[in-house]
Design a protein around this ligand. Structure first.
Ligand code: HAM
Length: 431
């Protein structure tokens, strides 16, 4: 027997009925985006590797360890192949597109949203996949468009709280911090390095390495024994310059005014290099170790780093896999069932059944079609197994008389219904 081919490690098939929950989430997100005046952008899954090296950062885990990247075949023997990567996130692609299509020439800030797969070669576990899905949004524009304003930060956070509430997801927590500007971070890094020197020998091996390569990452450490040491380290809030401090205060004032609860988490620094000022994550208790349901922040220098004009921006990405997990805790996925199963009776009736199905579907009725080769008993059994509410039996008599036999599969009741009244009859009993 031929060997079985399975889905690649860290990837998975999403099957019905779970896909109903995915559709539900995506529809709610699209509604929200429309009301907040965001428009959809679709960028390629494949990008030039250097896009991520220059934005997310070469020293980050995402780029240094987790990229799916390869040198593409060269077009001519004399040429080198281009290094391509499957996108690990979508902010870089959106900003590349913003620059490439000169979107700053359009009026106001650009408010763009996206939904789609992202790829990171991480160790798979619950809530962590190598192909996962994000629903994200970015607000970006020239400084004159107001894209730098703290009001944009608050707008994005308020949108997220609204979306989670509408989805019925409770017990989320908004963790908020400011990582200041690059100069603030340089001073903070120095202070961290100094403070770590006398204590680092007592810390875990990861922290010992991070203390040298990237001291900010020490703040992410989850090893219990290291926590008391980390708690005593300097906080970035003490290293923010005056404009950054004021910006962060302003964001918080608006959040208070619109009653969005938040917690300042001075250890939240995020694992992507492009962030400045506001950074945030929404966490959810039911998710276990991978409890960040979404993350985001400001990236005021990113456009310039990619060769574009100054274009401050802020955005977020929801981990859709995790959001659906949190949602199915509250509302388990349920299959959508057909309203009616049409049972064609006898030779030549498939075509009649197709015609009737067309009439019903135009009334937004969910129709499943039987087969003229089935006997009535088999048709009715199939209809029941599929969970249809009704079976409509369609033989030569029904076609010529215009009276369809409609059987309620829950009660067993059967009646003759004039063809024109069939849609109404099926719809009025819909729950
Ligand atoms: P991120 O924090 O790397 O940010 O990812 C955002 C969310 O994607 C995470 O909070 C998590 O829910 C989900 N996620 C990340 N990796 C995985 C994985 N391996 N499996 C399942 N879910 C995962 C970004 O990607 C930024 N681009 C967000 C952003 C937009 N910042 C500004 N604009």
């Amino acid at each position: 027997m031929a060997s079985l081919i399975k889905a690649v490690r860290g990837t998975r098939d999403l099957l019905p009925p779970e896909t109903e929950s995915w559709n539900f989430v995506e529809a709610a997100a699209r509604d929200c985006f429309r009301q907040y005046n965001f428009h959809e952008i679709r960028t390629p899954v494949l990008e030039d590797l250097s896009l991520f090296q220059r934005s997310v950062g070469e020293d980050t885990d995402i780029v240094s360890k987790e990229m799916f990247a390869w040198e593409d075949r060269a077009r001519a023997e004399s040429e080198k192949g281009q290094w391509l990567a499957l996108r690990p996130e979508n902010t870089a692609g959106v900003v590349r597109a913003y620059i490439e299509h000169k979107l700053w020439e359009r009026p106001g800030v650009q408010k763009l949203f996206y939904m789609g797969p992202q790829f990171r070669r991480e160790r798979p576990q619950k809530g962590r996949y190598r192909q996962f899905y994000q629903i994200g949004a970015e607000i970006i524009g020239s400084p004159a468009s107001g894209s730098e304003s703290p009001a944009r930060d608050a707008e994005v956070l308020e949108l997220l709280a609204t979306l989670l509430d509408r989805l019925g997801i409770e017990n989320w927590s908004l963790q908020l911090n400011s990582v200041g500007c690059p100069e603030d971070r340089r001073r903070y890094n120095q202070a961290l390095q100094q403070a770590l020197k006398p204590v680092v020998a007592q810390m875990c091996s990861d922290c010992q390495r991070r203390a040298v390569t990237n001291p900010l990452r020490v703040l992410d450490c989850k090893v219990p024994a290291d926590q008391p040491i980390i708690e005593k380290l300097p906080r970035i809030s003490d290293y923010l310059d005056e404009p950054c401090k004021q910006h962060f205060d302003h964001v918080q004032q608006i959040l208070k005014a619109v009653a969005i609860p938040y917690t300042i988490n001075s250890r939240l620094v995020r694992g992507l290099d492009y962030y400045v000022r506001t950074v945030f994550e929404f966490t959810h208790g039911a998710l276990g170790a991978q409890n960040a349901i979404l993350g985001g922040g400001r990236y005021d220098g990113l456009s310039e780093a990619l060769g574009g004009p100054r274009a401050p921006g802020i955005g977020f990405a929801i981990g859709e896999d995790r959001l659906v997990m949190a949602l199915t805790e509250v509302a388990p996925a349920t299959a959508r069932l057909p309203d009616v199963y049409i049972a064609p009776l006898g030779a030549g009736m498939d075509a009649e059944a197709a015609r009737l199905a067309g009439e019903l579907r135009r009334h937004d009725i969910v129709v499943e079609l039987g087969d003229e080769s089935f006997r009535v008993k088999k048709s009715l059994e199939t209809a029941s197994k599929l969970g249809a509410r009704y079976a409509a039996i369609l033989g030569e008599n029904e076609v010529s008389s215009g009276q369809i036999t409609l059987k309620n599969l829950a009660t067993g009741e059967q009646q003759q219904v004039p063809r024109a009244e069939l849609p109404n009859c099926i719809q009025t009993t819909r729950t």
